[in-house]
Ligand binder design. Structure first.
Ligand code: SF4
Ligand code: SF4
Length: 286
């Protein structure tokens, strides 16, 4: 992770800042001499939407996807859990999703793979040096795509790679991940980290939690929404983001059922009375 932090600092200080109209020379195709060379020994952070696309593409559950294809590196400097593609243990440290013919999940490849060779820096990452989003070029020595004779603008590249759809959902995730409540030194409790991880990365576990626990006894979720989130992982993820806002940051994004609210109040009252009684008993025993 230190290596990634150093690269971030270098990007902020030294890399030319591009906007959507900026142009660069690049083309990638199976005929390049470096074909597939970038699909190994690489740090690919996965977004919640990446995982939904990939696990559905592979026809497996999010839990199976996470255990087979990813690692979740722990770093105490991180404000929230992250998930990365786990490279193979071979000489090239190959991506588990590459074949000799290229990416086996090309239509559903992650955001970071779509973006390459572009990167995006944003002011919301606690970088005082960044006041507006900017793009930059990651010119790896191994990549011969920069020698190809095609000029393309940043916005054309974004359009060409189908990035807009990823960005739209990515923005909702960023509102959680970069929430001001997470920016202090305190960090999330273990329980809250588990909640974050489940909603953002293990969507099938979240679905089980919603439909197979007492969740729907506590929260007022209308039938149409229940139907929608049962059948659509992206809708379920958006619903999960609202629940995280409620559970992690105390925002009023979920409606608690009357009976559940009364039960919570009764429990608070019971605890307060018990604490009072214990206080009195302690005094008596002194
Ligand atoms: S997911 Fe596909 S494009 Fe991305 S590194 Fe793996 S093989 Fe390459
Ligand atoms: S190294 Fe560059 S040109 Fe070569 S396959 Fe990867 S992205 Fe394409």
């Amino acid at each position: 992770m230190k290596e990634i932090e150093n690269l971030k600092k270098k990007i902020l200080k030294e890399y030319p800042r591009l906007n959507k109209d900026s142009k660069f020379k690049f083309r990638c195709h199976p005929g390049v001499s470096c074909f597939n060379d970038c699909c190994g020994d690489v740090n690919i952070f996965l977004t919640p939407y990446d995982i939904i696309r990939l696990k559905n593409r592979l026809g497996i559950t999010s839990g199976e996807f996470l255990s087979k294809y990813t690692i979740a590196p722990f770093d105490r400097n991180l404000k929230y859990p992250v998930v990365m593609l786990k490279m193979e243990d071979d000489e090239r440290k190959s991506c588990p999703l590459v074949s000799k013919d290229g990416c086996t999940v090309y239509e559903d490849r992650p955001w970071a793979c779509r973006m390459y060779p572009l990167g995006l820096a944003s002011p919301t990452e606690g970088n005082e040096e960044v006041t507006d989003d900017f793009y930059f070029l990651l010119e790896e020595d191994v990549c011969k795509g920069f020698k190809e004779d095609r000029e393309i603008s940043v916005s054309e590249w974004i359009e060409d790679q189908g990035i807009a759809e990823y960005d739209e959902i990515g923005r909702l995730f960023q509102e959680i991940a970069l929430h001001p409540a997470l920016q202090g030194d305190q960090g999330l409790s273990e329980k809250k980290i588990e909640m974050f991880f489940m909603v953002c990365y293990n969507i099938d576990a979240f679905k089980k939690f919603v439909f197979e626990s007492s969740f729907l006894d506590k929260f007022d979720v209308d039938t149409a929404t229940q139907e929608k989130i049962k059948n659509d992982d992206v809708e379920l993820m958006k619903f999960g983001f609202n629940w995280l806002r409620f559970a992690l940051f105390g925002e009023k994004t979920m409606q608690i059922k009357q009976a559940a609210a009364e039960a919570v109040q009764a429990e608070i009252k019971r605890k307060t009375e018990l604490e009072k009684k214990l206080g009195i008993d302690k005094k008596k025993n002194k």
